[in-house]
Design a binder for this molecule. Sequence first.
Ligand code: NCD
Ligand code: ZN
Ligand code: ZN
Length: 432
Amino acid sequence: MRELLIRGARLYGEGDPVDVLVADGVIVEVGAPGENAAPESTEVLDAAGQVLLPGFVDLHTHLREPGREDTETIESGSAAAALGGYTAVLAMANTDPVADNAVVVEHVWRRGREVGLVDVHPVGAVTVGLAGERLAELGTMAASAAGVRVFSDDGHCVADPLVMRRALEYSTALDAVIAQHAEEPRLTVGAQAHEGERAARLGYAGWPASAEESIVARDCLLARHAGARLHVCHVSTAGTVDVLRWAKERGVRVSAEVTPHHLLLTDERLATYDPVNKVNPPLRTEADAETLRAALAGGVLDCVATDHAPHADQDKDCEWAAARPGMLGLQTALSVVVETMVRPGLLDWRGVARVMSERPAEIAGLADQGRPLVPGEPANLVLVDPDAEWTVRGAELASIADNTPYEGMRLPGVVAATVLRGRVTAREGKIR
Ligand SMILES: NC(=O)N[C@@H](CC(=O)O)C(=O)O
Ligand SMILES: [Zn+2]
Ligand SMILES: [Zn+2]
């Protein structure tokens, strides 16, 4: 029997410190701290001053394997996830080859298991080759060993309303959710940055808020009529929050995520001309970011998802227009949430558990993640040092790529340890 004893942690940062005993991957005891409880063979984590939460779940990770293993592999991305406090990630389908069939999703699933640092759940593509024309074999991917329940063409919008309608209708029979990258392509031809004063001044073609909002509105209506579940990826504008509120008030089965970078960063960053700040959807205005933070606190936005998007130096260290959009996120997500949500009093640690673990687990249909911290539940856990700070250095992150927009920033909240089914996967910044 493998045992782990977590000593003196505060569950959700509330109440008195407790000891948590884990055996065979399951929480077996939660009780008042006792000094002698541990036999020799038990691994002990001294968690004095630390907060214990259910392990984080990322609905939106790009792992780049297969196809771009020069920027991230399932192994390096899993390490970044474990170090970031994650016990499960959903790996997006825009790989090469695309994860639009059972062979590719099963490969990603198995490789994730082999690495064993985090549960890697592949997202299946909605359409063949992400081309937006023909539905991929959603049923076969759902029935595969990977048990796919989230489908997305992320990187591309399922723009054709007929294709989106069919995907939504078909997904209901699979108890699956369609995650939409909401971007009306006719409105973002050549777009480089948020359409507004700053992009205009620098001469960048604009990516209007309406390109996102019009697709979200359309898809909410399609989901309503189909009785289907829709998830909106990387919400970036205040107008989208309005549409989501409208839909949720009417019982539409829609959920939505926000990225850490859209909570913290704005198009003020454009002035640097540094493509590390180029991302899709683009960084918006301070008013948008403020609305996103309030909507996350209030529940109109369900969760935080990283949209961790590694890119090679040659695809980032170039002129803005030629650079690929995307930013690293797995190892900095918690700290950005602490900075933008916890420190200003918008979320307590219960709220962090909700937006980084419980809601994403529910949305992805992961029965063993985001669970209460009580005996009998799987020991998928993260220990956080809430008062510690650290300085972000891209070169020190576990990802192969180093395109972090937080380079050199000092951020609060440090992952002290991550536990996957009772096994310590990361501790004090090192992979185990
Ligand atoms: N977010 C990004 O800017 N890039 C993502 C694709 C995506 O999430 O749309 C990528 O795969 O690089
Ligand atoms: Zn996207
Ligand atoms: Zn993405």
